[in-house]
Every structure is written in structure tokens, then in C-alpha cells.
Write a protein that binds this ligand. Sequence first.
Ligand code: C5P
Length: 417
Amino acid sequence: MTLQGHHLVLGVTGGIAAYKSCDLVRRLIERGASVQVVMTESACRFVGTASFTALSGRPAMTDPWSGANNGMPHIDLSREASGILIAPATADFMARMVNGQTNDLLSSLCLASDRPIWVAPAMNRQMWSHPATQANVALLRERGVGIWGPGNGEQACGETGDGRMLEPLEIIAHLEAALQSIERPSTPPLRGLLSKRRVVITAGPTFEPIDPVRGITNRSSGQMGYAIAQACAQAGAEVTLVSGPVSLPTPMGVNRLDVTTALEMQAAVDQALSSCGPSDVFIGVAAVADWRPIATRQDKIKKETGGSLASLEWIESPDILAGVGARPPSQRPFTVGFAAEIGQLSGMGEALQAKRKRKSADVLVGNIATESLQKSSAELMICGPDDTTPWPRRDKAVQAANLVIEIARRLQEAESN
Ligand code: C5P
């Protein structure tokens, strides 16, 4: 996860090497970066926006006149980015950069940005060695633009020479070196990732009363669930947070329903999910008390009069997450669970996968209870149907933002299949 926490704008311009940029996006995401692809019109003749959208989990942008981002995408898009990488960069695009032309979204973005810009040129060898191109490259270098490549070898046009775009892994090596001196943004940008989706989240513990003064509960501060609710709201979702007893403020833009017991939590979740379907999301983060007394005593159980907790009878609480996972497909949201375990996360992959399947969750997030309880950071293990990925310890707000990006990506992937 060498690029974890970095957000990049990837500009794709019109050359045959654009197909390699699909692989580049995959590899950037694999390394933990979030990527916003911006394409020129001629790039779209080589590769469709749908490929980049599916691979990056964010709609690839081409239109400077789109209503998104307050109608000013050329200003907004690079604000949160660690830098702008243009791969492939055509001779024409570099010439436009040199002249400060702004006749499409990507060129406007380059002119309106104060972020570092790196280009990976790709063109026919004659075009590369032409004095016009060489003069442009020299000027860009002088202005601080990183020029990576081109490589030498066989070209799509059948000629051999300088002009091949560097391979994705070579570009990533340059990027990793360039980013060493650039601070990661504290949380990755989320704007619009979950727009038009409803998200229902459970958080905190439940409390099962035994008598008027006693009860059984699980230890949970609610911090992780609240951080996720906040991140989902920032990503544009309509968020319902079903919360057990915690002492945390309600995140901005979140609809909060307070509950005490597991049964109340289940009823609130059912109500909140009543009209949800496959494009919505359920995230069960709550530490639900697995057992409750069969009956709550109305009077206080007193030792003095021979009362004892030992004679209490217990019944298992419903598994809320498993219930959501087992809904019929048309009413089943994308389902994410959490599992607080004890021990070491490494080596726990199989057990977590088994739990994910048992609960019919799309994603199960493992964490170590003793290592994350009451702490503001957490180490996680993300388990999907085909993957088990450790996420090193980070602030819970950062983990929450990364989880939202992950969920948005998986949802989009599921919807494009
Ligand atoms: O089985 P375990 O408690 O480890 O599973 C944890 C996951 O299941 C969490 O997502 C938790 O919110 C959910 N869960 C639930 N209802 C229960 C017990 C756990 O939704 N009764």
C-alpha cells in the first residue's frame, strides 16, 4: 500500500498507449491510491470512459461543462490531489500545456492547478524527436513538470525508436519517488462517491437490561461506526445511523436513530431498510450483545433476599447482519459487517472469510478488539469474495474514508457486471 492515502488525477490523452493506462489505474488502486480519471476527447476514441470508471470506481470525466463540482471542475478536481499525472501525454497535449491553452477539461485543470504535474509522453519517434516537441519538453521541464520517459523500442506504428510510453510499473516507480516529499492528505476525498444511495449503519454497543439497575453489554465506543457514517455523508449518501448508547455527537448530515437493545436495533434497521435495494448499503459496525435475559426483572435482584444472577435464563439475540445478508436479492443492500477479534489479524484470514460467508456479507472487516477499543486508530483486514487484504493501522477517520472508497468501487463493479 505504498500510495495509501494519496489521491491522484490521471489525465489520459489520445494515443494508443491509453489502453495501458487502464492497467495503470488498476495498479495505482492496488497500491492504495484513489484515482480520478480525466480524459481528452481524442483519448475517448482509444478507450471508453466506462473502462476507466469501472477500474477507478469514480466516473471518468471529460466534459468541462458538466454541472458537477459547482460547475467548476477545472478548479475543484485537483484541489484534493497529491498531483496530476498525464499518461499517455501526446505531443499535441504537451504543446497545449506549454501555451497555457484551455480548450478542454484536462488542459484547463493543468493551468488552474498548483499541484505537481508529471507527464509520461507517448508518440511516434519522429514526433518525439521533432525540434518543436523537444523545445516544448524542455520548457515544461524548466517549469517544474516531471517528464517520465518516453521509452525506446517497437512502436504501434511499426517503427522503432524513442516514443513508447513507460510501462505502468515504471511510471509507478517514478510516482512513488516523487510522492515521497509530498504529504498525504489526512483523509482521501469522497465527494459524490455514494450519491443517490441510501446507507444504513449500526454503531456502538447494545445494552440488554437484566433488572432496573443491571444489564449486559459489549464494550464499544461507537467511534468507528460514527466515522463511517460521517464519511458516507461526505460521499453524498443519505445516511441513517442506528446507534446504541454512546456519548458521541451526531455527524453532520446524518439521520440518527437511538436504540438500546438488540431487538430495538433490529427493528430500527428493518424500518430504515424497508424500501432499500441492491444499490443501497448496510454496514453493521455495532457490537451487538449476543445474549439477553429471557425476561427483564421489574424489581432489583437483591443478594440480601437470596436473589442471584446465576439462575438467569438467557436467549440469543437475532443476528442483524446475517438477517440483512439473507434478504431476497431485490431487497438486499450491499452488505458489510465488522468482526472484532482477539489475537493477531495476520493469520486470521480464513476464519474471517468463514464468518463473512456465514453472515452472507459482501465484505467483512476484521479488527482486533483489544487494539482498537477506545482508540482513535485501528488496523483492519478487508475480506471480500475474492480477496483478503490487511490495512495497516491508521486513524479511524482515514480508515472510514478508505472503506467508503472501497465500498463505492465494489458496488460499481457489481453494477457493471
Ligand atoms: O459474530 P460477530 O459478533 O463477531 O459478528 C460481528 C458482526 O455481526 C458485526 O458486523 C455486528 O454488527 C454483527 N452482528 C449483528 N447482530 C448480532 C451479532 C453481530 O448484526 N446479534
